[in-house]
Design a protein. Sequence first.
Lengths: 115, 112
Amino acid sequence: EAGVAQSPRYKIIEKRQSVAFWCNPISGHATLYWYQQILGQGPKLLIQFQNNGVVDDSQLPKDRFSAERLKGVDSTLKIQPAKLEDSAVYLCASSSLQDRNYGYTFGSGTRLTVV
Amino acid sequence: SQQGEEDPQALSIQEGENATMNCSYKTSINNLQWYRQNSGRGLVHLILIRSNEREKHSGRLRVTLDTSKKSSSLLITASRAADTASYFCATATLSGYSTLTFGKGTMLLVSP
């Protein structure tokens, strides 16, 4: 089975610019997650989707971050405007409601550098 | 906020030795999971242990869970250079949609 696809792999932008990341989860996985991982730290959940709906976005900086999941499949995460502290790896993951005891499948991530 | 805290932060061993990493957490959990992350890559799920389980094995991995102490350990036996990576514990809570909360990780270096 294909894994979780993310693009781009790397992105360098200047502060105050905008950027978007794309994620395609494993086919059939109802739940999709975006995590932010700052260098030297563990991943921190930004937002969780169940099909089309948001079930947890409590740690998403909503003044600059937004995310959507189209038709319960692909998802995009946007930052506008970016700040220096947004430099991190953005990880997308998906999981199945039926296989909740098998963990998440992560994509390779997008490494964002804000200069 | 981070639920799990791994110990040690870094561990350096020789090939063939065993590596033990510990994880402590704060609130009641549904399950605890361990993930591996190679440099610059995504996380790979290693093993999941439910709150009603005490020990689980998968190949060279052994995980224990002590819910009374709110702690878990990951043992990698007969380590190899390819085991060099960061290891994270993640906890899934009892309520809601069971979101995973990750610790800061243990960086393991296995030297040939």
